[in-house]
Design a protein around this ligand. Structure first.
Ligand SMILES: Nc1ncnc2c1ncn2[C@@H]1O[C@H](COP(=O)(O)OP(=O)(O)OP(=O)(O)O)[C@@H](O)[C@H]1O
Ligand SMILES: [Mg+2]
Length: 453
């Protein structure tokens, strides 16, 4: 007989569910407090537990906290969470933490039984297919880079082209455009690939901590330095060091970094002996570093040293062709992770995704798709699973807008005229004041397609 654990702080719910599930032939144990559930799991030995049904809002311990510990204690047991009506974000959060599925209160009995049967059946299959699943998740971990646009193809090719040299590289791009991904690609294709890739976020640490992280320190160098600590430069020796959000680096650390580049050596905090350094530096920033230099916040000599080659990642709204393949890629990944059979997006959902301007770029798209996969119970993601994604109201005045290449403005404008004319090419050509032939060439060049159908 399959054993189920139920945990909820409302006794009536436990009684109702217990009766229902016992009648279906399950053996049921109930818990009023998260702590009791955890204690029982800890002491279960090799008793088989088929499934756990738990509330995400409980008074004694936060339900999500309980879920985290349950997943640690018993990763093999599927968990279905129950959330209050309208508290869909709790459910989404729970599934992200590894819950198999969710039920929203109040729940009719067919729904409860359906979700539980499903979870148990999937667990059976999952055990059978464990090997296959391991393979799938490994694939996802290799960091595939997905794109279709010509704009991104250029950056991708340039990355591979400069990977072989030892030049320092500056990667610029808005938040979420894939700077770290490109830095890793650069490393993987460089002669240093067998050595470490180390990443340091310069924005998250106070000045003195950043220095000791980067250069290391010896015991007693400052209060709290209780042991020798290797610096990231040493860890990255022979490999690549990514200095993420480099614009946030203080003038003092900037000066020391410059020395690393010029003299190829540095001094760990608390010592006087210099160590030599052999690392390739890749710096990333979402700021206009040139402007930071002009404003006196970033050393110009360091800027020129770091910026031997620039890789400028375009924001997603400037390469709308990439939205669809990226969305499908994330859909496949998250569907495999959630063990769901979802094949794609409904037309209206795809349209909503491609028309949005994505201020948070690919990271935002990734989050939206993950949430949609969690909320979808059919084979296609439709608009109901997507947030509203209203195009942002432009608030920046013309002079505050980031400066872009003429080509970008041209691309945007042609796309807009085509959209407004319903892809009526001769009308669009007339409005744009160019010939039909020129327009056709531009359409091919920018990869503009009639997405309205
Ligand atoms: N072309 C791509 N193909 C697949 N996944 C991508 C692509 N570009 C970005 N991603 C994914 O989007 C997310 C954000 O990318 P990444 O962390 O590299 O961006 P970032 O520019 O460093 O962002 P931030 O400025 O916020 O640190 C990551 O999960 C990354 O794997
Ligand atoms: Mg990053």
């Amino acid at each position: 007989m399959t054993r189920l654990f139920l945990c909820d702080d409302e006794e009536e719910i436990l009684i109702y569910l217990k009766k229902l599930l016992q009648r279906r032939g399950y053996q049921v144990e109930t818990f009023l407090r998260g702590a009791d559930l955890l204690a029982r799991l800890e002491g279960r030995g090799d008793e088989e537990v088929g499934l756990i049904l738990q509330d995400v809002r409980m008074p004694d311990l936060d339900g999500l906290q309980v879920l985290r510990r349950v997943r640690k204690l018993a990763p093999e047991i599927p968990v279905v969470v129950m959330s209050a009506f309208g508290a869909i974000d709790d459910a989404v959060q729970a599934v992200k933490l590894g819950a198999y599925d969710y039920l929203t209160k109040p729940f009719p009995k067919e729904k409860v039984l359906g979700v539980i049967d499903n979870a148990l059946e999937h667990r059976r299959l999952a055990l059978e297919n464990r090997e296959l699943r391991d393979r799938l998740s490994q694939q996802a971990a290799t960091g595939e880079i997905v794109f279709r646009s010509r704009r991104f193809r250029e950056i991708f090719d340039l990355t591979l082209q400069v990977a072989g040299s030892d030049a320092n590289i500056l990667i610029v791009g808005e938040s979420g455009t894939g700077k770290e991904l490109i830095a890793r690609l650069l490393h993987r294709h460089s002669p240093r690939r067998e050595k470490a890739f180390v990443s340091l976020n310069c924005a998250t640490l106070a000045d003195n901590l950043l220095e000791s992280q980067l250069f290391g320190h010896v015991r007693g160098a400052f209060t709290g330095a209780i042991a020798n600590q290797k610096g990231l430069l040493e860890e990255a020796e022979g490999g690549t060091l990514l200095l993420d959000e480099v614009a946030e680096m203080s003038p003092a650390v900037q000066a020391k970094l410059l020395r690393v580049i010029q003299e190829r050596d540095y001094t760990p905090v608390g010592t006087t002996r210099a160590r030599s350094a052999d690392v390739r530096l890749v710096a990333a920033t979402n700021k206009d570093l040139h402007r930071e230099v002009a404003a006196g916040r970033f050393r110009d000599d360091l800027y020129y040293r770091l910026n031997v080659i620039t890789l400028a990642l375009p924001p997603l709204r400037e390469r709308p062709d990439d939205i669809e393949p990226l969305a499908l890629y994330f859909l496949r990944r998250f569907a495999a992770k959630q063990r769901k059979e979802i094949h794609g997006f409904a037309d209206d959902a795809l349209q909503r995704l491609t028309e949005y301007t994505w201020p948070g770029n690919i990271r935002e798209l990734e989050n939206v798709v993950e949430r949609a996969v969690i909320l979808t119970r059919t084979q296609l993601v439709d608009n109901d699973a997507l947030p509203l994604l209203r195009p942002a109201v432009p608030t920046a005045s013309a002079t505050d807008r980031p400066l872009v290449a003429l080509e970008v403005v041209e691309h945007r404008h042609i796309a807009e005229v085509l959209r407004q004319t319903g892809f009526h090419k001769s009308r669009a050509a007339e409005i744009l004041g160019i010939s039909r032939k020129t327009l056709d060439r531009k359409i091919a060049e920018f990869g503009l397609a009639d997405t309205e159908g």
